[in-house]
Design a binder for this molecule. Sequence first.
Ligand SMILES: NC(=O)c1ccc[n+]([C@@H]2O[C@H](COP(=O)([O-])OP(=O)(O)OC[C@H]3O[C@@H](n4cnc5c(N)ncnc54)[C@H](OP(=O)(O)O)[C@@H]3O)[C@@H](O)[C@H]2O)c1
Length: 353
Amino acid sequence: MVAHIMLPGPTLSVGPFLRRSGLSNVDVMQDLLSVIGFLFCLYHFRSLLDVIWFYYLRPTDTYRKYLTGPRPYALITGATDGIGKALAKELYDKGFNLIVHGRNEEKILSVIDELKSCSSSGGEVRYFVADAGRDDVDFEEIARKFEGLNVTLMVNNVGGIKIRLERFDEWTEEEHLIQVRTNAIFPTLLTRAFLSSLRATARERPVLVAFMGSTSDETAMPRIPLYTASKAYVRQLAPSLHADERFEIDPNGGHDRNIDGAIEFTLVHLGSVRSGLIVAPVNFWRPSSEEFAKKLVGTFGCGRRYVVPYFGHAVALKMRRSWPEWYVEREVLKSTRAHLDREGRGRLAGLGE
Ligand SMILES: NC(=O)c1ccc[n+]([C@@H]2O[C@H](COP(=O)([O-])OP(=O)(O)OC[C@H]3O[C@@H](n4cnc5c(N)ncnc54)[C@H](OP(=O)(O)O)[C@@H]3O)[C@@H](O)[C@H]2O)c1
């Protein structure tokens, strides 16, 4: 008699027992390989189902849960160009009131005019001016300015970098610090300043804080090491803040995703998007800021800590992760050189390309 452990699909022979039962090593190996093959297929099938669900079947109006309470506001940093501006427009059209941020008041006011003239929403738009690269931003003062507003959505979008020909040690210390402040410190301290009022709102209704990352955070990229490092920092910050907010109120150790009454945090992972920063043409791999903003809004409220809103970026990321490191590094070097050749010294970087 032959004993088997029944698994869904193949059957696994129990080694020693079966050997006593007269089965050869080849039979055991065959069974083992079929189980491994089955588990491999199961894993990939599950991933495929998840992709189909996330990009094609999932409801995309989950953002509506942040449209609750009196006059809900979305706060968007870096909203005067590219993705931030497109996102502001998208959220305004969907009925949010806005708090927009930029570094140039004149540009902010013209964006606000544009928003209001292109939409019938009639929502309120407030703003604040701050250079995210400076070390004297008064975050508490900014938060005080908007105290009492029902902010249910905060998108830390500001960021970017100029790619330059100079080597790492040819940039001044201050130039490096500006990159880190803009991409990492500003979103961190702004979020910190708003935290107590967001927390109070979250006790009443859902609140989401999103951080804009970059797929460059997992790729070795020349000439912009502090940009990629800052984005890697942000990538870790979002889920850590999520856990931190739950630490005291969640008996399951801070990792209960469904707990009510706490701010949700999410990391938005993106590749190349045509924007003020990236002026390359739109294609399958590189959507326009407007298209990307639509996809992004569709992910708000989906419950994930980490989202890749645009399908082409998810495909590129999957491919990049499956390639050998040396190949990715070589291709990135080639594309950075081509970018610098094309755009000339000092052009804004082809980040995520
Ligand atoms: N586009 C991409 O391919 C790509 C890829 C990966 C990640 N991302 C990330 O996505 C986010 C948005 O990028 P984007 O492509 O939309 O960039 P963008 O078109 O250059 O827009 C950036 C926005 O941030 C503002 N900003 C930049 N530096 C600032 C500073 N020091 N102080 C205050 N405001 C500042 C800009 O203001 P001005 O209008 O005054 O310039 C603008 O409103 C960034 O975090 C970026 O790292 C973009």
